[in-house]
Design a protein around this ligand. Structure first.
Ligand SMILES: Cc1cc2nc3c(=O)[nH]c(=O)nc-3n(C[C@H](O)[C@H](O)[C@H](O)COP(=O)(O)O)c2cc1C
Length: 194
């Protein structure tokens, strides 16, 4: 019997009251409603220096802990604010610590949050950079335009269409994670039977 999938949410904003963080929390709540376990990584609340290729992760604040949490995930929902038509440096800095070990065989859903209307390029940039670490990025994705008018201060989503899209993203991520977990179980059972 396969366990509940673990879905990790990563929010790539440092801003107090971040709309990205609100969106990621909604996605994790929807994943829990689908029976998943969840873990939230708020990159606005971690100690993570600028990635340095000559420095060990062990000497880089919370990096070892954060990478272990991503490696443990069956699925990750990554969120970034739109900065200059792309993702934030906060998202990118964490992503530079990550590699195949973190994302191989991991399902990924994408969520971006824009002050204006620029979402497509940011989603494309996130998709290609997640593919670069061998993540299985699902086709569905969510972009929130005009974010300040879409969330209540307590994180409630005002726009029911976007709320539905976030729910659908979480459902798809959990479903895909379950499919991959079951396939892994079958492979392990088959190799035990050999
Ligand atoms: C440096 C910077 C660049 C931004 N560039 C864009 C942009 O290109 N398009 C856009 O729609 N909003 C842009 N914004 C607005 C943010 O996307 C918006 O404030 C968003 O809600 C921030 O996410 P957060 O609330 O999670 O921090 C920019 C904001 C900053 C600080």
């Amino acid at each position: 019997m396969t366990d509940a999938p673990l879905v990790v949410g990563v929010s790539g904003s440092r801003r107090d009251g971040s709309h990205t963080l609100k969106g990621i929390k909604l996605a994790l709540a929807a994943a829990e409603a689908e029976g998943a376990e969840t873990d939230l990584i708020d990159l606005g609340d971690v100690d993570l220096p600028l990635y340095h290729p000559d420095r060990d992760a062990a000497d880089s604040g919370d990096a070892v802990d954060l990478l272990a949490r991503v490696r443990a995930a069956d699925a990750v929902v990554v969120g970034s604010p739109v900065y200059h038509a792309s993702y934030s440096s906060t998202f990118r800095n964490f992503h530079d610590y990550c590699g195949f070990d973190e994302y191989e065989d991991t399902v990924v859903g994408l969520l971006v949050v824009a002050g204006g209307g620029t979402i497509a390029s940011t989603l494309d940039h996130m998709r290609v950079t997640m593919r670069g670490v061998h993540a299985h990025v699902i086709p569905g994705q969510v972009g929130v335009r005009n974010a300040s008018s879409k969330f209540e201060a307590d994180g409630t989503m005002i726009d029911s269409d976007i709320a539905d899209r976030i729910d659908a993203l979480a459902e798809d991520v959990v479903e895909e994670a379950r499919i991959r977990m079951a396939a892994r179980d079958q492979t392990e059972t088959a190799s035990v039977d050999d």
